[in-house]
Design a protein around this ligand. Structure first.
Ligand code: BGC
Length: 249
């Protein structure tokens, strides 16, 4: 197994990457980031990944894992909520490997965050069912059962009170609607209690940039299930992408 791999995390606002030491989960490079292009088409986003690789100076023999904000079934994007619609039906791993001139692994962004937390973070060694959620442009979910990832679970699109959940309780919505932490916590309360009712998990892990401010909203939540911040915070995607690059799934 390779000792180092590069993870690139494609988000709604930025594409960021880093080189990860796979024994420790630590970044051995700076985080390189570029803005997510608009429109965020397959060609433009792939080019942005190429820029990140170039900034990082990733060598040809370093494995690369790319995280993407949509489910990926047999390489293909079945639907997409937060990037350009032209991604639907695209075989993303094939496209990116061809355009970037190297073989890359592509994985859902929240699944990657969950892998990062399982190998090196808050979910390490936790038995039973762990649901890792990422609060960002959308709501991502990665479900881990006894250390194994169940891929492509899309709990951000649960319909709650007549709304697609991520249009009520993502970090983007907090900013767009100028919600106070208390108001945001009320939305999250509704969301997490619904997920808790459906799954009765053993642990919730909350990631995404907003989890840096966990003390502002997490203590306001009243759940049966323990809920803790992601320990890799917004680097979980990069670390998880690097894990996926080397078959740590
Ligand atoms: C997508 C998920 C993704 C999440 C976070 C959702 O809109 O459907 O696949 O994990 O956003 O980016």
């Amino acid at each position: 197994m390779a000792e180092y791999a590069c993870g690139i995390d494609i988000g709604g606002s930025g594409v960021k990457g880093g080189v990860v030491n796979l024994s420790t989960g630590e970044l051995v490079s700076d985080v390189a980031s570029v803005r997510t292009p608009v429109p965020s088409t397959p060609a433009s986003v792939t080019a942005a990944c190429g820029e990140v690789l170039e900034i990082l100076g990733v060598s040809a023999d370093t494995p690369v894992g790319i995280t993407f904000p949509a489910p990926i079934k047999k390489g293909i994007i079945p639907f997409i909520a937060n990037l350009d619609e032209s991604w639907v039906g695209v075989n993303i791993a094939e496209l990116m490997s061809k355009q970037l001139g190297r073989s890359v692994v592509v994985i859902n962004d929240a699944d990657a965050a969950a892998l990062g937390e399982v190998y090196f973070g808050a979910a390490r060694g936790v038995p039973g069912e762990v649901i890792v959620t990422t609060l960002g442009t959308g709501i991502g979910s990665g479900v881990i059962v006894d250390g194994r990832l169940i891929p492509n679970v899309e709990l951000g699109h649960l319909e709650i009170d007549g709304f697609d959940a991520e249009t009520r309780a993502s970090a983007r919505v907090k900013t767009a609607e100028n919600l106070s932490w208390e108001q945001f916590a009320q939305r999250l309360q509704r969301y997490y209690s619904f997920v808790e009712m459906l799954f009765s998990p053993d642990l919730f892990v909350v990631g995404g940039g907003v989890s840096e401010n966990h003390e502002k909203f997490m203590p306001l939540l009243n759940l049966r299930t323990p809920i803790i911040p992601a320990s890799l915070q917004n680097k979980a995607g990069i670390v998880g992408g690097a894990c996926a690059a080397t078959g740590r799934m």
